[in-house]
Design a protein around this ligand. Structure first.
Ligand SMILES: Nc1nc2c(ncn2[C@@H]2O[C@H](COP(=O)(O)OP(=O)(O)OP(=O)(O)O)[C@@H](O)[C@H]2O)c(=O)[nH]1
Ligand SMILES: [Zn+2]
Length: 298
């Protein structure tokens, strides 16, 4: 039998099992060897092994790659996305640590980032949450307010234009309403998810894998499982300081060209911190990330 070569896009990943879309068909895919370096959103060269199965021969060059990492391993979140939406909510509470880590990852990967404040119909914490989010608005990150349950049309009218023509990944802590938003934006997403889940043989764990949906117009949306931690072990010191958007106006203003902005004299970043132009939480996170990257594995 002559094997057919073709290209596809990875629409779901679960462990070493991948699902690709190619020429209108869904194909269960495996990698050659033990490779697990394929991400949702990857464009891949495939060899068909049966009408609905294929082997991934090659990953095409990526425009972007968003990932987390610790000293042991990397976790690829998505390839070729143009923007990141971080979903937060009035309740349950979100942590600035995870939001900021996500923003740093996006900056380092050259991906635009915005925040989506969901559940604005829950008015109890609304004022306080808005106040907390001002930190990000001040850095230039857009914050869009929606309610996936209370104001469906408004939510779609707000988000659909932002998604058009883009490849967007939604991330957020569990319970922020990410799935509710996806279901609003992608009619039939829950059915598609069940089909993908069946194809990947993940049983009932429908929310434990990353998947890509096509939007009605031009554009794709990637939904990823909620997460508790976001390691950025892969970022070097130089990458880290540049990935803090609020540091950028001050970089180059320090006395020492190799300033690490931790305790050096005449450090422009520390000066901005003292003046309240950089939030204490952000500088602490920067120090923590430097510390984490310095952990070497023996
Ligand atoms: N009041 C209110 N509740 C919402 C809204 N959006 C989602 N919820 C509720 O919040 C809970 C969590 O929503 P999900 O969409 O499952 O959240 P998720 O972020 O996908 O959570 P995981 O699946 O755990 O990752 C559900 O009970 C939703 O009904 C909203 O705009 N307002
Ligand atoms: Zn400095």
């Amino acid at each position: 039998m002559k094997q057919a070569a073709r290209t596809g896009i990875i629409i779901a990943a679960h462990g070493r099992h991948y699902l690709a879309e190619s020429e209108g068909a869904r194909l269960q895919c495996v990698t050659r060897g033990k490779k697990t370096n394929v991400a949702v959103g990857d464009l891949v060269d495939l060899t068909l092994t049966s009408p609905d199965q294929a082997v991934i021969d090659r990953i095409q060059e990526r425009k972007t790659l968003l990932y987390r990492s610790d000293q042991y391993k990397s976790k690829l979140l998505a390839a070729n996305v143009t923007q990141l939406f971080i979903v937060v909510a009035t309740e349950p509470g979100y942590t600035d640590d995870l939001v900021s880590r996500s923003l740093v990852a996006a900056e380092a990967a050259g991906i635009a980032a915005s925040l989506i404040l969901n559940k604005v119909d829950v008015t109890e914490n609304l004022a306080r949450t808005r106040q907390r989010l001002e930190m990000y608005t001040a850095m230039g990150y857009p914050v869009h307010e929606v309610s996936a349950i209370g104001q469906l049309e408004h939510a779609v009218a707000t988000l659909a234009p932002l998604l058009a023509g883009q490849s967007t990944i939604l991330i957020g802590q569990s319970g922020m309403g990410k799935s509710s938003l996806i279901n609003l934006l992608v009619p039939g997403a829950d059915i598609a998810t069940r089909e993908i889940s069946a194809a990947l043989d993940t049983g009932k764990h429908t929310t434990t894998f990353t998947r890509l949906y096509h939007l009605a117009g031009d554009g794709t949306v990637i939904d990823s499982p909620g997460f508790q931690e976001f390691g950025l072990y892969h970022l070097s010191e130089g990458m880290l300081e540049r990935a803090f958007r609020d540091f950028q106006p001050y970089l180059g203003g320090c006395k020492y060209y190799n300033c690490r902005h931790l305790q050096e004299p005449q450090c422009a970043v520390l000066e901005a911190l003292r003046e309240g132009k950089i939030a204490k939480m952000r500088h602490e996170l920067y120090g923590q990330l430097l510390h984490e990257s310095a952990q070497t594995l023996y």
